[in-house]
Write a protein that binds this ligand. Structure first.
Ligand SMILES: Nc1ncnc2c1ncn2[C@@H]1O[C@H](COP(=O)(O)OP(=O)(O)OP(=O)(O)O)[C@@H](O)[C@H]1O
Length: 251
């Protein structure tokens, strides 16, 4: 059984069908790339899978459970986590606080005055701080940890976004254009981090326009066109496929 199973998704925006009977499955441990011309439905696919918009028809199954239309926060708690094309950190907060704040806070305990917190709560808070520091170091953001996030470059923001979503301990990570606006050096670094996460067992699905990096990174490519699956398979074969070449030429 696939870890993520999307079946017959349909999404209409007014008279426009953004997803048209789209079915895609992702196995546990896979690293999958999603490509397709502008407007093919890639973001809408992520939005429907991650609960940002509800599909008009079709189902999303995660680890065997029907999670169609579940809210993003509830999906994140079960291990399905996504990033957005535009990163969502708070610009007037430091890098370190942004990473710490991304941790799930199920009991709302941070609202309690320090004196009322139990030792268990304080231990949890320490664990969050330790994990945040670990991720900041792993993503080589250590020298920037006290900077306001608004001062970071596009690539550094993408690294910060990755560190933030990893605080949620995802089982499946959906990455929306992780290399957009990122210089070649940081692109390689981010690609390396994604490969490491996948080597450690995380299932990763990436939407990306930067096809050179994408095809080197992934095990399988899924190509969308006009809201439907056009072709999927091993990267080199997909890129050589006449239907894919035609879809991109017609863009
Ligand atoms: N909220 C919305 N309201 C109206 N139309 C929308 C909305 N979101 C997406 N669309 C339309 O649905 C179609 C698919 O859009 P989507 O953003 O999913 O494509 P995409 O493959 O991600 O494109 P791009 O590569 O340009 O980001 C497009 O025609 C788009 O204009």
């Amino acid at each position: 059984m696939s870890l993520l199973d999307v079946d017959g998704l349909v999404k209409d925006f007014g008279g426009l069908r953004a997803l048209d009977d789209l079915s895609v499955s992702v196995d546990r441990g896979e690293l999958v790339g999603v490509m397709g011309p502008n407007g093919a439905g890639k973001s809408t696919f992520f939005n429907c899978v991650s609960g940002v918009v509800a599909p008009d028809a079709g189902t999303v199954r995660f680890d065997g459970e029907d999670v169609t239309g579940d809210a993003p926060e509830s999906l994140a708690k079960t291990g399905l986590v996504r990033t957005f094309q535009r990163t969502r950190e708070l610009e007037t907060m430091t890098v370190r606080d942004n990473v710490r704040l991304a941790a799930p806070d199920q009991r709302g305990e941070r609202a309690l005055p320090a004196l009322l917190r139990t030792s268990g709560m304080r231990e949890e808070e320490q664990a969050v701080r330790d994990r945040a520091d670990e991720l900041i170091e792993a993503f080589e953001l250590d020298h920037l940890k006290d900077e306001y996030s608004g001062a970071l470059s596009g690539g550094q923001r993408k690294l910060l976004e990755l560190a933030r979503v990893l605080m949620l301990d995802p089982e499946v990570l959906l990455l929306d254009e992780p290399f957009a606006g990122v210089n070649p050096t940081l692109t390689n670094e981010i690609a390396g981090r994604i490969a490491d996460l996948n080597d450690e067992g995380m299932t990763v699905v990436i939407i990306e326009h930067e096809l050179e990096t994408l095809t080197e990174l992934v095990d399988r490519l899924v190509v969308l066109e006009q809201g439907s699956l056009l072709v999927e398979g091993e990267p080199a074969a997909v890129l050589a496929d006449e239907r894919v070449i035609e879809a991109y030429l017609g863009e």
